[in-house]
Design a protein. Structure first.
Lengths: 78, 78, 78, 78, 78, 78
C-alpha cells in the first residue's frame, strides 16, 4: 500500500517518543509533497533551520500534528 | 451532488494516507474558492512553494485539516 | 431571529460541502463585523486574495471554523 | 460578581449567533486587559480594522474562541 | 508545592471569568520562564501592548490556553 | 528506551505545573532535533528571547503542547 504521506500508513505508534518522531516526519512529507524539488527543499531547510521565527513555526506544526497522534493513541495511557 | 469544496463530499476515507491527501486537497479548494483566477493562483503557488515560511504555513494548515479528518475517521483505529 | 454572524443561526448543515461553505461564510461575516465599511472591505479583499501568505491565512481560518462545524455535525458519519 | 473578561461570567448562550458575538466580545476584553489605555486601543483598532492581515488574524482568534463556546453549548444541537 | 508556571498548581477555577484570568496569567508565566530578566520583559511588554498585531497574537494565546482551562472545568456547565 | 524527544517518554505527569514544564521541554527538544548545532541554537535562543513577537510565538507553542498534555492527564481533576 502506498504511503508517501504517512510512514506505514498509520497513526498508531508504541510510545510518545515515536509519536513525536512521526509528527516531525508527517510535516516533512507535506513539505515534500508541496515542493517536490529536492534541491529547493534543501535550500529552504537551510533557511528555516537557522531562522528563529521559522524554528518556532516548526515547533507549532509539530505540536499540532502531535495532538492528533496522541489522541489516536489514547495518550499512551495504558 | 455538487462538491466543489470537498472531494466526494465526505470526510470518510480508508486510510491515514488518504486522509493526508484529502487535507491537502481541501486546503487547495479553499484557495481556489478565495481566488478563482487560475493564473493568479498559479503565480501564488509558485511563490509559496519556494518560500520557507509559507511552506511551513502550508504544513500548519494541513495539520489542522487533518486533525478534523482523523477524528471523523476515528483515527483509523480498527 | 437576527443572524448577522451565522447564516440561519445554526451550525447544523446537511453535508461536508455545506460545512466548508459555512466556514467560509462565518469568517467573512466576522470580517464584516470588524470592518463595517464595504468599500474598505472590498479593497482589503483585493489585497488578501492576491497575496500568497494571506490566502494561506484564510485557509487556516477556514480549517479552524470547519473543525467546529464538523464536530457539531458529528462529522456527517451517518 | 465581577465579570470584566466575560459578559455575564458564562459561556452558555442561547444561539450560535450569540456565541459568535460572545467570541468577539471575549477577544476584545482581552485586548482591553492587555492595553488598558482606551486612546491607544482606539488607535490600534483603527490600524487592524484596515489591515488585511490583521483582519484575518482577528478571524482566527474568533474561530478559536468560538470553538470553545460551541463545545460548551453542545453545539446548540437540541 | 512549587508553582512557578501555574497559580495554585491547578486548572480548576470557580468561574469562566477566573478561567480567563488564569489563561492570561499562564501565558505571562511562560514569558517569564523564557525571559527571566524582568527589565527586558518590561521593555517587551511595552512593545507588544502598543502593537496591534502583537495584541492580536496575545488574544490568540489566551484563546488557546482558555480552551484547555474550559475543558478542564467542564465549561462550568453546572 | 531512547527518549530524545520526550523526557521519560511519557505524557503523564503528577501536576499541572509539571505539565507546563513538560510542554516547554517538548518544544525545546523539537528545536534541538530541527537544529542539531548547539551554537546556532544558542544564538537563535538569544534572538527569540529578546523579541516580543517570538516570545508570544513561544507562548502559543507551549499552549498547544499543554492542551495535549492536559488532556492526557485528564486535566488532573482527581
Amino acid at each position: 500500500m502506498s504511503s508517501d504521506l504517512i510512514p506505514n500508513n498509520s497513526l498508531i505508534v508504541a510510545t510518545p517518543e515515536e509519536g513525536r518522531a512521526l509528527a516531525m516526519k508527517m510535516a516533512r512529507l507535506i513539505v515534500k509533497a508541496a515542493q517536490p524539488d529536492a534541491a529547493i527543499r534543501e535550500d529552504l531547510r537551510e533557511i528555516y533551520s537557522q531562522n528563529a521565527g521559522m524554528l518556532l513555526q516548526t515547533c507549532q506544526i509539530v505540536a499540532t500534528e502531535f495532538a492528533t497522534i496522541a489522541a489516536a493513541n489514547n495518550y499512551w495511557r495504558n
